[in-house]
Design a protein around this ligand. Sequence first.
Ligand SMILES: *Cc1c(COP(=O)(O)O)cnc(C)c1O
Length: 435
Amino acid sequence: MNVLAKDKFDTLRIHAGYKPEDHQFASSVPIYQTAAFGLSNTEVANEIVQGKHPDRFDYTRDGNPTSHVLEERIAAIEGGIEAVSVGSGMSAISFTIFNVAEGGGRIIAPTNIYGSSLDEFRNFFPKFGINFDFVDDVNDFDKIKSLIQDDTKAIYVESVANPSTEIADIETLAKIAHDAGIPLIVDNTFPTPYLLRPFEFGADVVVYSSTKGINGHGNTLSGLIVDHGKFNWASGKFPQFTEEEFTLGDEESDDHESFYSKFGAAAFIKRIRVKYVRLLGSVLSPIDSYFVLLGLETISERLDKEVASATKIAEFLRDNEHVERVYYSGIEKDNSLVAKYFSKGVGSILSFELKGNEKNIAKLIDNVHVFSYLPNIGDAKSLIVNPSRTTHREIPEEIRTKHALNNQVIRLSIGLEDIDDLIGDLRNGLEKAFD
Ligand SMILES: *Cc1c(COP(=O)(O)O)cnc(C)c1O
């Protein structure tokens, strides 16, 4: 089975990147649980380490056949030039930011992003000379344009925000970025590539915590970086791609290539692999790649059911007397960004603000039994969490209150249980919470 680029999503998610004839015709992608690979003889070894045998591997930190299938598959699904798998979503984000702003620079990002991302952007990256200019509203285009300076290296957004489900207008943001000669980086974790493929709207790099909906079973951490392969890294703004590298030449000749001269359109993603994964580590292990591949096979069916259930739950909560308001852009009938980007739904995550006080929050959480109380999303199991005390506790209160993150907010990640049981569980929990 060799899939073609014209094949549709549901075919690619199952077959892309895998040729059974190269693996004893194994139906399921084998787990190459090995640290290293034989080099045959000294001549072949020289060629392998110079990258002249793309089908050969030498050491799992440089690449592994199981992870390679996952990388090829996700690149095919997204319509990207190449992908790299890493040990967690945070590694995917960190490596991408370092790779684009290495040596120092500025990045524009909204404040409505994942708690650890915001913590890293506000408090950690500045220690490496990478500083962030923040906007509270991801679609405040005038503000974003006004923040672009000579050393601004990228715009970074989440396609669907956590937990407000606010939608970024990727097409407009990509245009603003490109007019300034910088890339748009999108964390597309919430929708997954099934619901949204940001490259179709001009994004340049997509990052995932595939710990979440792509894997879909809450059994392993993983991250993915996908490169569209359309951005021009040779403009002079990004010297890390055009400077000569000793490791990209061969020892005999003195002509050492740059990432751009050697890899052209794939310079960004090759550099992630050769510099960040190889030198900083955080490799995805082969067995974890296998879990992600397995989860990906059923992504469409999972997401369809989860979106349908999330919509019913959002409507149930909106009409409940104890609920102040619901955050789920999927039920906002006049939201033009939903129509433009999310014809199959905005995803399986929603949140709501409970009336009362934190005692009621505690009683609700302590009285549900189908929902699991844990800090994760995109699992086959439905999950409940109080973000301001758990997932988003790194964010100062003055930022949290702007983004559906006061102490009365509950976040739900909807899984695959029976919808009547899920609604019944919430109804019972809400009654007990206000007993
Ligand atoms: C979970 C998450 C991350 C971090 O991913 P890990 O796999 O936990 O490192 C990044 N972005 C978003 C939107 C997330 O939900």
